[in-house]
Design a binder for this molecule. Sequence first.
Ligand code: TEU
Ligand code: CA
Length: 601
Amino acid sequence: ATVNPWWANAVVYQIYPRSFQDSNNDGIGDLRGIISRLDYLANLGVDVIWLSPVYKSPQDDNGYDISDYQDIDPMFGTLYDMDDLIAAVHERGMRIIIDLVVNHTSDEHAWFEASREGSAQYADWYWWRPTKEGHTPGAPGSEPNNWGSDFGGSAWEYSPDRGEYYLHSFSPKQPDLNWENPAVRQAVYDMMNWWMDRGIDGFRMDVITLISKPLTADGDLPDGVPGEDGYANAQIVMADGPRLDEFLSEMRHAVFEGREGFLTVGEAPGITPDRNREITDPSNHELDMLFLFHHVEFDARGSKWNPLPLDIVPLKRIMASEQEAVEDSGWASLFFNNHDQPRVVSRWGDTTSEESRTLSAKALGLVLHMHRGTPYIYQGEELGMTNAGFTALDQYRDIESLDLYRLRVLAMKLSTHDQMLEALGRRSRDNARTPMQWDSSAFAGFTDADSPTEPWLPVNPNKEMINASDEEHDPNSVLAFYRELIHLRHSNPVIAAGRWSLLDGEDKRVYAFVRSLEGFDLSDTIEHQQVVVVANLTGRSAQIPPEAAAALGLDPVAFPVDSGMTIDEDNVLISNYPRSQTLSALFTGRLSPWEAFVYQP
Ligand code: TEU
Ligand code: CA
């Protein structure tokens, strides 16, 4: 049973190519490596593969700095390898989308080089502004305004060649494109069409919500409210700018009109749940879905470098606001992990023992996948892979981690060395970027064990315990559980489409909700129209809270349930404990540590 549109039933798998599979033992993952692992993905059951950038790039930000949109970086392979990959994905009945990074290019892109030289044609392709009046060019404090880059410091870089500053929301090697210029937009659409014609099935659009910058009536870029580092965060200042809807619908028209079976998903920092509904409402012809960030940003004070332990009450409240906003139109994406986030099992689960790691990885996966929306799995999440466990600064490679260390510890003294290493251990993007753990060999099967070249980022030593090859053979593995979750979404329209309502929002231990298809015209295809999802997100036992108990059809006051009550094992659709134990939870009202299940009353 499927519902419309096609991606409402789909599960997407994100590949970070640099860390997925190395085919030539140079320590870096590549396209041939991905091709060799496609059967694994087909077996897992995913419908769509999203590739993080493989374009030609100086790799200042691991490929999010592109110097040629119509070529592949030699470290990953060639355009012909890409053609083979596209064909091999399609042969297996899957689709492939690629990252589209068009808020900025590399400073080594020909467009920027021409713009910096002041070529008449390209002069206006980026955001160039003069030195602040009465200030010395290039001196600190002479920048055109107070915007700060996401990787620390000013968002402006002085170019002696041109005698002006250019804007970069991220590193100075990632200058922002000027979307006000129609020639820039046309060049982007032409490039997108070129890729669509080559056979890809759509795009994940990097920070697409930053492309329209706020402008004053005189065309100036206004100062923003400064944060603890003295700068106004560029991402906040630029998010959801005045022409965003216009640009997105223009893009829809220029690239996707007349095409079918594609997927567009925008990375959307700074977008509210209500704006998500507008942008993803099909009648507005913008994007199919967006990644919102509220649910991965609330467990920190001020910045992510001051992380806080998980409190599930605000998590539930935020997820509810994201879900409820798109109840009647628009659509949600579902993710806890990506290449910028720490591993969810380390962040919100429990990795102190193998048992608790497995249980908590499954519980968190179940909670996420049973929401309404399109779930995204980040490579290794399906194995319950953990944070990197780095303890020294020289183990890190990520530009954000290294820049922020310099800024917070050395320049501004906002954190001590120890505090920052602790914060990096919990939040660095490199936590998600260690090589994929395929087996227990020296380099985890990512690179050959006898290769003289080590992987670009150290393999997690827990590859001995956590790896795909062992999990393939273990029916109780996290991998086997993810396969079940995907199958459930594919086979049960209540999970693909049913309405979502939160239960017991204030309960501090249990995350529970109902999915129901009432009001949907699918009753002829299914017998039951409602499922209840219950998850104890703690390592201690917990009581099934009252609203959940009522939804399960249990009498909340009369645990244990009187003998007249029938509870059928077949009605437990999935559980991270043996079905018999989940039945006893239903009889006693007590959930075991990390116990999570879906029950059809
Ligand atoms: O990330 C943009 C983004 O929203 C950042 O805030 C991101 O969360 C950041 O890494 C904070 O830790 C996208 C890409 O996903 C990221 O990998 C790139 O570095 C960035 O854009 C620039 O292209
Ligand atoms: Ca390689």
